[in-house]
Design a protein around this ligand. Structure first.
Ligand code: NAD
Ligand code: UDP
Ligand code: UDP
Length: 326
């Protein structure tokens, strides 16, 4: 174990996925340097790691250069929830694009592998279903979601150009909707919104008629996929879809969460945000073949863990942590 110990940089390590990834890497005996500006991350997510002898936290914004010595980089820094990435869209594009340039520059100087957390949003509102990695996407370049979608697309371009031009070892993961403990109660994404609303008896806010679909992956499966991808030989670059192919309508998700929590909440319809993708489902053939990976946790089990997490959070921090959806 000691011989294989690496010092690993996790950008966005204080966020939802980054905190789970940091915890797993530490459990495997690695050292973790967590870099985060805490825009959406929370100290609570990494509270238990602060005293770990192999964990180090650095408050830093990846849009500024970073000079550290590490053996590998997971680049996760970027707000992922639509309400958060649309709050300061210029900063979102900078984080994706300038952040990618800085982390690629760091990887180039050190000659180390770097993994990018890309997204199913690169497929936009897809006209092919399910989405394979060969699909180029259907993305609005000037809409409310474009700062994120186009930022992530440009980051992928940079990763492949650093690979071709500078022979850098890159790994690009296209992550589909992922949920689980450590999401913020005010994250704004659908699973956390519905669970929090159900637990406190608020109306469940379905945007549009709830006929749009998503495919939800539990966090432990996702993190396992990222680590497997990082550990592949250099010729494997991705992009590789990582997500759970089981597809649900948003209305069915609401009904499932109401049933599982025994909530008295009603479902109410709110306006559908612009450019909201109508359907999304990963084709994970490549991940199965190249990573030997497939998700193990299905929706009800994952929701059970996530409901338990929010239930505890609410009892510790009170109902006021949930935004009023009226
Ligand atoms: P999150 O918002 O919980 O975490 C993002 C983290 O990045 C936060 O801790 C935030 O403070 C930090 N951050 C943001 N801007 C930064 C900057 N300029 N410098 C340093 N740190 C910065 O979101 P998440 O769900 O954990 O997502 C992590 C990554 O995975 C993101 O890159 C996201 O695009 C990608 N992703 C997530 C999902 C998902 O469903 N969770 C889906 C697709 C892609
Ligand atoms: N960079 C960094 N840390 C490093 C090396 C580079 O943050 O250890 C940043 C630096 O700001 C630079 C960017 O990465 O602008 C891209 O680096 P690269 O070497 O690719 O380009 P150049 O320095 O030639 O512009
Ligand atoms: N959504 C919803 N109610 C909410 C939050 C989201 O109906 O309170 C819908 C949203 O319109 C989208 C889907 O749920 O169709 C997933 O939204 P999320 O923000 O979680 O992720 P993304 O749209 O980025 O896939």
């Amino acid at each position: 174990m000691f011989a294989a110990r690496k010092r690993i940089l996790v950008t966005g390590g204080g966020g939802f996925l980054g905190s789970h990834l940091s915890r797993l890497l530490l459990s495997q005996g690695h050292e973790v340097l967590c870099v985060d500006n805490f825009f959406t991350g929370r100290r609570r997510n990494i509270h238990d790691l602060m005293d770990h002898e192999n964990f180090e936290m650095l408050r830093h914004d990846v849009t500024f250069p970073l000079y550290v010595e590490v053996d590998a980089i997971y680049n996760l820094a970027c707000p992922a929830s639509p309400i958060h990435y649309q709050f300061d869209p210029v900063q979102t594009t900078k984080t994706s694009v300038v952040g990618a340039i800085n982390m690629l520059g760091l990887a180039k100087r050190l000659r180390i592998p770097i993994l990018q957390s890309s997204t199913s949003e690169v497929y936009g509102d897809p006209t092919e279903h399910p989405q394979t990695e060969a699909y180029w996407g259907n993305v609005n370049p000037i809409g409310n979601r474009s700062c994120y979608d186009e930022g992530k697309r440009c980051a992928e371009t940079l990763f492949f150009d650093y690979h071709r031009q500078h022979k850098l070892s890159i790994k690009v993961a296209r992550i589909f909707n992922t949920y689980g403990p450590a999401m913020r109660p005010d994250d704004g994404r659908v699973v956390s919104n519905f669970i929090c609303q159900a637990l406190v008896g608020q109306d469940i806010t379905v945007y549009g008629q709830g006929t749009q679909t998503r495919s939800f992956c539990y966090v432990s499966d996702l993190i396992d996929g990222l680590v497997r991808l990082m550990n592949t030989p250099p010729q494997i670059t991705g992009p590789i879809n990582i997500g759970n192919p089981n597809e649900f309508t948003i209305r069915r998700l609401a009904e499932t969460i109401i049933a599982m929590t025994g909530s008295k909440s009603r479902i109410v319809e709110k306006p559908l945000p612009s450019d909201d993708p109508r359907q999304r489902q990963p084709d994970i053939t490549l991940a199965k073949e190249l990573l030997g990976w497939r998700p193990a946790i299905e929706l009800e089990e994952g929701l059970m863990h996530t409901i338990a997490y929010f239930d505890t959070l609410l009892s510790e921090e009170g109902k006021s942590i949930i935004p009023d959806n009226a």
